[in-house]
Design a protein around this ligand. Sequence first.
Ligand code: PHE
Length: 503
Amino acid sequence: MSEALQQLVLDTLDKGAVIQDTRSIVLPDANGPATSQEDQLLIQGALNSLLSREMIVYTTNENFAQALTAEGTQILEQGSHEARVWAALPLKGQAKGLTVKEIKEKVGDESAKIGQGRAFKNGWIGKEGDTLVKLVSDIVDSTKTELDEISKTGTLRAGEKALAELRKRKLITQKKLLWFSVEKGVKFSVSIKKPETDLTVEMLASGSWKTSEFKKYNFEAEGAPTNGGAFHPLLKVREEFRNIFLEMGFAEMPTSQYVDSGFWNFDALFVPQQHPARDLQDTFYISDPPAALPPPADYYSVVEKVHTTGGYGSVGYRAPWQPAESNKLLLRTHTTARSAALLRRLATRKGGFRPAKLFSIDRVFRNEAVDATHLAEFHQVEGVVADRNLTLADLIGFMRTFFTKMGITDLRFKPAYNPYTEPSMEIFAFHPQLKRWVEIGNSGMFRPEMLEPMGLPPDVRVHGWGLSLERPTMIRYGIANIRTLVGHKVSIEGVEKAAAVRF
Ligand code: PHE
């Protein structure tokens, strides 16, 4: 209806340029002009809608209409009370008059009561003994005539004084009626276009935006809630690890470089140049630029020597050595490459060696077959402690403190092998949900073949341990597939809703 009504207004304006009085409009499905107030309010709704689109302008007019009350309507149908009393009586001299009681029986109590007085006053009736009779044979029932005029025209030609009298008698009431005068607006058109709400790529490409009608901004609208950033679960767990290390007096190592050299990632760690971990199948190599900057020459030659002919009580690997292998650029396979660089700095610092507790949590890359729990990249959490005369018991003690702070108390250590540590231990924790021991990390005491070429004093022992950030995060959040934690399948909503972690 509203759409049809809007169209009707536009069509009417198109024909006549203005609509002086909206009471002249014939609504769809109506058989006469829209004179009722209900119709005008309906029209006003349509006008407002067109006004908001600047297709029309309109002014509001009001006039006052008189309407009959229930009593007024009764009088219009049956005559005034005085006329009814008069009509009930016989003409004087023709028959016996009626008593008041008889009048009441004929015209009803109310008409009898109100009508008698007025009929007397008008000189229509008179007394004859105990009874009442008509004094005139014809009357003009002006009340009824006036009400008749009002019911047809809404007003009285006789004017406001007569209207006021009828209002006082509660036969009519005054109503305020609205009606409207309409003109074309600046954006007048006979067709109602739905205004565009978005500027699209297509509109820009076709140029249609130039002629499109755009919906106006509604600055009162509440708007859609905007989302702030959210920390990824890995970042939340990383922060917990960071806090544990900081509580234990560790300092964070700079690790913000993903590319390292074969020298720092392997050679410095006493990983032989023929070690399978250095194969293309396990490590991602960088082809451009083709080589790393050379490491410090003196340190480099000592490392080469310990690998090829040995030293520091070691016979070395006694295998061929190729500088090209050292200079290769690669995506670091462990953060231990940066730990080695930091340890070398510790060995060569001006004031001499100082004990240090260092940690890092950062990304590493391995050319692995990806499955539900492995990706080609993950984050390592690594702790390194350097001090004089440390023992394996110190390493175990550090790890117990560290893992207890994570809430993991049942630990077991299993002998293992790393080219750069001796002894080496895999760390196992009892998983209360899985009810079995799971591997959670790797550790060991760095070999003299790695530490002494750096220039560290021979009584300095360095131990370290590493674990992945992903494994505890998946356990914490009950995530079974790594792809729902990392990569393009991660649900943003899931990230936003992920609860904070407290170990
Ligand atoms: N670099 C080892 C790994 O990748 C972790 C480790 C760090 C082991 C320090 C011993 C000492 O698993």
